[in-house]
Design a protein around this ligand. Structure first.
Ligand code: HEC
Length: 350
């Protein structure tokens, strides 16, 4: 059906084009501000990608028109420019989508009024196209530099040299002391044992120490008492509960979809338990990422078995209001894993 239709249109196009005069190409007009780029990426690119690219895209350029790149757009169709900068309201592009003349686009029926409105607004504001189409794939969010940390390979760094060698107990101390020395700041005096215990407890479990823990720790005078305490706290299930919570916030974990519908998600806890457990098992980070994005596609340990990793983590995609809007979900994905925004080519209304 689709194939036949495309053939009919190409024949039609060929006939019509053979008899058409050639018009000039349009001067490219580029979006410069962030809001112009966002308007295009959120409203225009989705229309071109979903409604037009099948016939005016990389594979097929009916009427010699490619609506998926700035270059193709400004070149126009085989009849020339499709936007008239002098009289934007009368542009060929608007005439065909508003289906006023013989050529009606898309041929399958008119666009929704929302999309038509976006197209009209965009054309009347000068049809500004982002200058760099590759930026449509990854665009670091405000303030992010091209060398954003999230895209850097992991590297070894030599611990810096310091003056006060005696203060250093582990190589990490060198990084701290080097900065302090650089700023001319004296390190603080070592903390009291009780302070240390409270810090370790709040940091690893989010809870104050119990009376019994205080007694035990204060009476343990061995030099390795602190290391023993930290090992015990790391081994406790409380550790995953405290640290898993931070990830659950990032992933927008909730027991309902939020907003006005607020549907219940009665199995949310499965994902919550998975995250807590991942911290307690010390699951390697790369595995944690893979399981949450595509756990359902990963092989099970036993044939036919549905593993926990396989069944719950793609729930990452389902949280809160992101459940309903692919755009929000796309944003959640990119902000939580890479601290950057990837513009979504899906329509903003989907
Ligand atoms: C099913 C294929 C198909 C789809 C989808 C499609 N077009 Fe077309 N388009 C054509 C054909 C074929 C022509 C040539 C028709 C003609 O000249 O009569 C054409 C021509 C055009 C022209 C050139 C008109 C001119 O006179 O120069 C514009 C502009 C255009 N299309 C815009 C769009 C837009 C915008 C969309 C998406 C909203 C779209 N088209 C979707 C097949 C398609």
């Amino acid at each position: 059906m689709q194939g036949t239709m495309i053939k009919v249109f190409s024949v039609l196009a060929a006939v019509l084009l053979a008899s058409s005069p050639l018009f000039a190409q349009m001067e490219p007009a580029f979006a410069t501000s962030r809001s112009e780029v966002e308007f295009f990426e959120n409203n225009l690119r989705p229309i071109f990608a979903v409604e037009c690219a099948g016939c005016h895209g990389a594979q097929l350029q009916m009427a010699d028109l490619n609506l998926t790149t700035a270059e193709g757009f400004f070149k126009g169709s085989s009849r020339g420019a499709i936007v008239d900068p002098e009289r934007p309201a009368e542009s060929v592009l608007l005439q065909v989508v508003e289906q006023q003349g013989k050529v009606k686009m898309p041929p399958t029926g008119p666009l929704s009024s929302e999309k038509l409105q976006a197209l009209r607004e965009w054309v009347e504001n000068g049809a500004l196209w982002p200058s760099d189409d590759s930026a449509a794939v990854v665009a670091p969010s405000d303030g992010a530099k091209p060398g954003l940390w999230a895209f850097q390979p992991v590297q070894d760094h030599e611990p810096p040299t310091v003056i006060d060698q005696d203060w250093v107990r582990t190589p990490i101390d060198r990084f701290i002391l080097a900065k302090l020395e650089e700023q001319g700041i004296q390190p603080s005096a070592p903390a009291e044992k009780l302070q240390l215990l409270r810090r370790a407890k709040f940091d690893l479990h989010g809870l104050p120490p119990s009376e019994q823990e205080i007694e035990e720790f204060l009476s343990d005078t061995a030099p390795e008492a602190m290391a023993r305490l930290v090992d015990r706290l790391l081994a406790s299930p409380r550790y995953g509960e405290k640290w898993g919570r931070h990830w659950l916030d990032v992933a927008r974990y909730a027991d309902s979809t939020g907003l006005d519908e607020d549907y219940r998600l009665p199995h949310s806890w499965r994902y919550r338990d998975y995250v807590v457990d991942a911290f307690n098992r010390d699951l390697p980070f790369d595995q944690f990422v893979r399981e949450q994005l595509a756990g359902d596609l990963m092989p099970a340990d036993e044939p036919g078995e549905i593993t926990r990793e396989a069944s719950s983590p793609p729930a990452f995609w389902r949280w809160g209001s992101s459940h309903w809007r692919s755009k929000t979900r796309c944003r959640l994905f990119t902000t939580s894993w890479t601290n950057s925004l990837i513009r979504c080519r899906r329509p903003s209304w989907a």
